[in-house]
Ligand binder design. Structure first.
Ligand code: SAH
Ligand code: SF4
Length: 377
């Protein structure tokens, strides 16, 4: 069978870009505004439901656009409050999107704060030695529509549980973390366009300060991000407080060593206020010594950054180990004693990072990318 290229995603368009395409096809431009009233507030899954549009326009939309460029194959709810969605793209590639629920005092779990972790690439070229996403290298960047579609799918799922909220047409989540598969700053243009759609009033109207982008340290792109008018938050995956340690586990450190990364992070923090987080995975005998904690404290204080410690999450086929609870506690205590605000994300951190390619890896191993839909994975 001849390969049929997928239709572009409707979630990659803006009212301006869609307006131009409508005009080219002989439809009035102003219809774009009406169409967008269906796309985000009502999470339209097809053009058929857009009853205020003429029939020929609905046919044109259906023929030219994909309303579900990421398809949810299955989901898995873990022991704590995390739900992982495995999503299949039109070319059969698999990505992960995670819903992390932080229950709030006195409110049921349905009303809790929801953070959505999204992917930006299929695979990753950066090859960090502890990460499942980079094991098979980089396959491709996600399109703008595929990045946005992950969030639309989350809303579609969440709306089923809370129709009253769905009727308000707002985003069904409270925070976005760009920490799924891939290096977000290596797909910079698509990510920025996607986040602008999420932020736009005609999109989800979602505040930039509720979005955190995580990077392994692509210095030129950190500097570019510092110049954006939208003030996204930044998390830097440091994982080593000296070049020697960082280089062992993160090949990117050879290209952008700490003496370049730290000034870039400083520039970002200066432009955007105190919005910087340093991510530090604790790996036994690699970076969990008191000396590393002391050097990390110096960096964190210089950057006024918060430190998120994440005990290493086992990846099949890799030999690293998670330090004992005693060693984890010793590390965090040392940081705090040195005046650094630090959190040790034992449960949710574990799950957030399980987003990083692990579910996809399991699935590809057991069924292959062309698997049929399943309820649980
Ligand atoms: N590429 C970006 C964003 C995706 S990775 C980055 O590296 O920041 C998201 C986070 O998961 C990073 O902090 C990454 O280092 C972490 N991570 C990857 N594999 C992990 C593992 N096995 N255990 C714990 N954290 C992991
Ligand atoms: Fe890529 Fe981030 Fe994984 Fe490193 S940690 S391989 S940059 S996804």
């Amino acid at each position: 069978m001849a390969f049929k290229p997928p239709k572009p995603s409707i979630h990659g368009e803006t009212p301006d870009s869609l307006g131009l395409k409508l005009a080219e096809a002989g439809h009035p431009k102003y219809r774009a505004g009406q169409i967008f009233e269906w796309i985000y507030p009502r999470r339209a899954e097809s053009a058929e439901i857009m009853t205020n549009l003429p029939a020929n326009l609905r046919v044109w939309l259906a023929e030219n656009y994909d309303f579900t460029s990421t398809e949810v194959l299955g989901h898995k709810t873990s022991q704590d409050v995390t739900q992982k969605l495995l999503q299949r793209l039109r070319d059969g590639s698999l990505i992960e999107t995670v819903i992390i629920r932080a229950p709030m005092e006195g409110v049921g779990q349905d009303k809790s704060r929801r953070t959505i972790c999204i992917s930006t690439q299929v695979g990753c070229a950066y090859g960090c030695k502890f990460c499942a996403s980079g094991l098979d290298g980089w396959k491709r960047d996600l399109s703008i529509g595929e990045i946005v579609s992950q969030l639309v799918q989350v809303c579609r799922i969440e709306d089923q549980a809370d129709p009253a909220r769905a009727a308000e047409g707002l985003a069904s989540f409270d925070n976005i973390v760009v920490m799924g598969m891939g290096e977000p700053l290596a797909n910079y243009d698509n990510l920025m366009s996607a986040l602008k759609i999420v932020n736009a009033q005609w999109g989800f109207g979602f505040g930039a300060r509720r979005v955190t982008i995580s990077t392994s340290g692509v210095v030129p792109k950190i500097l570019k991000l510092a110049e954006e008018t939208l003030g996204f938050r930044l998390a830097i995956s440091l994982h080593g407080a000296t070049n020697e340690v960082r280089e062992k586990i993160m090949p990117i450190n050879k290209k952008y060593p700490l003496e370049e990364l730290i000034p870039a992070a400083k520039t970002f923090a200066r432009e955007h206020g105190r919005m910087l987080t340093l991510e530090f995975i604790l790996i036994e005998e690699i970076n969990d010594s008191l000396e590393q904690a002391q050097k990390l404290a110096v960096i964190a204080r210089e950057l006024h950054a918060h430190v998120n410690l994440i005990p290493y999450n086992t990846v099949e086929g890799l030999d690293w180990r998670r330090p004992s609870i005693t060693r984890q506690d010793r590390f965090v205590k040392e940081l705090r004693a040195l005046g650094v605000t630090a959190t040790l994300r034992r449960e949710k951190g574990h799950d957030i990072n399980a987003a990083c390619g692990q579910l996809r890896l399991q699935k590809e191993k057991s069924l292959g990318a062309d698997s049929t839909p399943v309820a649980e994975v």
